[in-house]
Design a protein around this ligand. Structure first.
Ligand code: MG
Length: 397
């Protein structure tokens, strides 16, 4: 096998980036005009704004797979987002993509997640049926476009178009139509910029691998089970052959780090080959394409998808995880119904916003404010609120 770096040489522009990389000079800009930053770039400013956002701080108390209080060693949305950013930055750097733009997208990609991971999102989507539904990707965009309250002159964080484009990974056709330029690619089945494509796969690489790690740590998965997966088995064989006495956490970590290396190296090689063949001259040329340019080889794509299916069947649907899912559903449904019934149970600003939205847009307007409030909760805050609202003891409000 050839070394990873020498095989990815693609011609770069004078600024060290590929011609099709995201760059400020070709950006579609910010929604609200602002003076340019003085001592940093526009995408650096985006990344910095994301790190200072309240929604970013709350990620530390939000579930990835395991509810935050189940253990201190499991991934949370925050550590997940940092791992995604790390993977994307390494690949971006190697390929000549815009590392800072990729990092900004990754750090923001899960800002709209509800408490309790996908269970929370499914429950909230169900509550919002008939009121526009709830999609976490769209909510991440809503957080950076509308909900963060940081600046005197505009709502949200006023991020660059390319960062917002990357945050909006998926979107239903109905919502895409409401989003104008940003939603058009979902209707035309076109691609976002290369950094957005990369962030999407870095997300998948990160969770596939850290969920194996967390699943083993929790005792819900075993090495024997995982050996049915070619991606795991190949690395496990190699490690056992080379270090026959290795066991415990070090054995597992050595296998997982090799799994990450295997898929990341494949991603770099395959993407470099596609970029050389397509040779796009600008980010708009990338956007005009039907298929992505950032991707795995067929062999690794199959192994990666097989591992994803394995985790769905054996970890995300494990009875202990499902037990948490049911509880999460009940907490979200109860909170949503309570705030719809009596908006004054929410903090004063949300109560006022809910009242105003109801007057302007009817029930769906109020529901959106309630959904924003519930989605912004951390796991432990949602649990405490649920307890407070359902505890029959007088005086415990
Ligand atoms: Mg993610």
């Amino acid at each position: 096998m050839a070394g990873p770096v020498e095989t990815v040489q693609i011609e770069r522009a004078g600024d060290g980036l590929l011609p099709a990389a995201g760059r400020e000079s070709q950006s579609r800009g910010r929604r609200h005009t602002e003076p340019p930053p003085v001592y940093r770039g526009e995408y650096q400013r985006d990344r910095d704004r994301i790190i200072h956002a309240s929604a970013f701080r709350r990620l530390v108390y939000k579930t990835q797979v395991f509810v935050n209080h189940e253990g201190d060693l499991y991934r949370t949305r925050l550590t997940h987002s940092l791992e995604v950013a790390q993977i994307a930055r390494s690949v971006a750097h190697t390929l000549g993509l815009n590392e800072t733009l990729a990092e900004a997208i990754c750090l923001a990609h899960d800002l709209g997640h509800t408490p309790f991971g996908h269970a929370g999102q499914d429950a909230l989507n169900e509550c919002m049926r008939g009121c526009g539904g709830f999609e976490h990707n769209l909510q991440s965009l809503r957080v950076v476009d509308e909900l963060e309250e940081k600046y005197a002159e505009f709502p949200g964080l006023n991020l660059m178009y390319e960062t917002r484009e990357g945050i909006l990974k998926h979107c239903s056709a109905r919502h895409a139509r409401e989003l104008g330029e940003l939603g058009r690619r979902f209707l035309e089945r076109r691609q976002p910029g290369l950094e957005a494509q990369l962030a999407n796969l870095a997300d998948e690489i990160a969770y596939n691998n850290h969920d194996v790690d967390d699943g083993l740590r929790a005792g819900l998965l075993s090495v024997e089970m995982l050996r049915s997966e070619p991606l795991f088995a190949a690395q496990h064989d190699e490690v056992v052959a080379r270090y026959p006495l290795l066991e415990g956490r070090r054995l597992i970590h050595e296998v997982i780090r090799r799994m990450i290396n295997r898929v990341v190296t494949d991603l770099i090689r395959e993407t470099a080959a596609r970029l050389r063949a397509a040779n796009p001259g600008s980010i708009d040329e990338v956007r005009g394409r039907e298929g992505p340019l950032v991707g795995f080889s067929e062999e690794i794509r199959e192994q990666h998808l097989a591992l994803k299916r394995f985790l769905h069947a054996n970890l995300y649907r494990h009875h202990r995880v499902l037990g948490m899912t049911l509880k999460a559903r009940r907490v979200v449904e109860t909170l949503f119904a309570a705030y719809m019934d009596e908006p004054r149970l929410m903090p004063a600003e949300f109560a006022a916003a809910a009242r105003a939205a109801r007057q302007e847009q009817g029930e769906a307007g109020q529901a959106r404010v309630v959904a924003d409030y519930v989605a912004g909760m951390t796991d432990r805050y949602a649990i405490a609120e649920h307890e407070r609202l359902t505890d029959p003891a007088v005086g415990n409000t």
